[in-house]
Design a protein around this ligand. Structure first.
Ligand code: SAH
Length: 265
């Protein structure tokens, strides 16, 4: 009998932020297919015998999506119940939609298990509310992966600048100089607060803050690396006003460089 594939969001990385259903399905699954994004704490908790890393191939390049899709179908057709574990929420820049369609096209039963997206959760633990009655009544999630100077860029930075709402950029560490410039050129105030949150909710979580003008320097000074989100808008400055009273992994209490050492010692 064909097994079921569960498209499961792991949340931003802290195992305590897995949903109850995600934890149970991981426990009961025959196989768990994952990449690196759920984070070492969650991945290393899964018995080695049933987890399969489909993030990178031996040569270091990314496993083609078509290969992952087919692996899911093959495993299910062999009768396995499969958890396809994805960082954050499976449908926020996670290719979960493509996988769900492929599975349905091939007659494989599929269940979607939402997770806390890093776009909201990584910001939140860092003391950044993505909306706020005083500062932002809308929020946009965008990919920073594209070249903003490309004429046919799928992200309309001008329109985003015009909304006045919060902008959360995923996959946007490398191209930070490009889209912060694009937003300034679109008329956004160069003093607009910006925060980078790296590995939100992981023990190694780090935060760098600045403005549209200064955040690239802040990134370089802190050595911020992926995975990180970029939060652009007045809400990004809220952290500075509450950080002294923030507890938990977003607090940055261990060391003044914004590096948080996990649970407060
Ligand atoms: N489905 C995921 C996003 C996948 S795209 C989600 O809902 O969170 C990969 C991007 O997610 C990374 O480049 C980074 O921008 C972001 N990301 C994922 N986990 C993160 C974390 N713990 N802290 C900060 N950013 C994270």
């Amino acid at each position: 009998m064909t097994g079921t594939v569960y498209l499961v969001g792991s949340g931003p990385g802290d195992p305590e932020l897995l949903t109850v259903r995600a934890a149970r399905l991981i426990d009961e699954a025959d196989v768990v297919l994952h990449d690196k994004l759920p984070g070492p704490e969650i991945i290393e908790d899964i018995p080695e015998g049933k987890r399969e890393d489909v993030g990178k191939r031996a040569g270091g390049e990314r496993t083609p999506q078509s290969e992952i899709n087919q692996r899911l179908v093959d495993l299910a057709e062999e009768g396995n119940d499969v958890v396809r574990l994805k960082g954050g929420d499976p449908f926020v820049f996670g290719r979960g939609g493509e996988e769900m369609e492929y599975l349905a096209d091939h007659g494989v039963p599929v269940e979607v298990v939402p997770g806390i997206t890093s776009a909201v959760g990584a910001a939140g633990v860092g003391g950044i509310p993505v909306t706020h009655r005083d500062y932002a009544s809308s929020v946009s999630f965008v990919t920073g992966h594209e070249d903003p100077t490309k004429a046919e860029s799928a992200v309309d930075w001008q329109a985003l600048a015009d909304t006045g709402g919060t902008i959360v950029v995923l996959m946007g560490v490398g191209k930070l100089p490009d889209y912060t410039r694009a937003l300034r050129e679109a008329g956004m105030d160069p003093e607009t607060p910006v925060a980078l949150v790296e590995r939100g909710t992981w023990p190694e979580m780090r935060v760098a803050t600045g403005t549209l003008d200064t955040v690239v320097d802040a990134r370089d000074e802190r050595g911020i690396e992926p995975p990180a989100i970029t939060v652009i808008g007045d809400v990004a400055a809220v952290r500075d006003r509450v950080v002294e009273f923030l507890r938990g992994r977003g607090s940055g209490r261990n060391g003044g460089d914004g590096r948080s050492g996990g649970d407060d010692a």
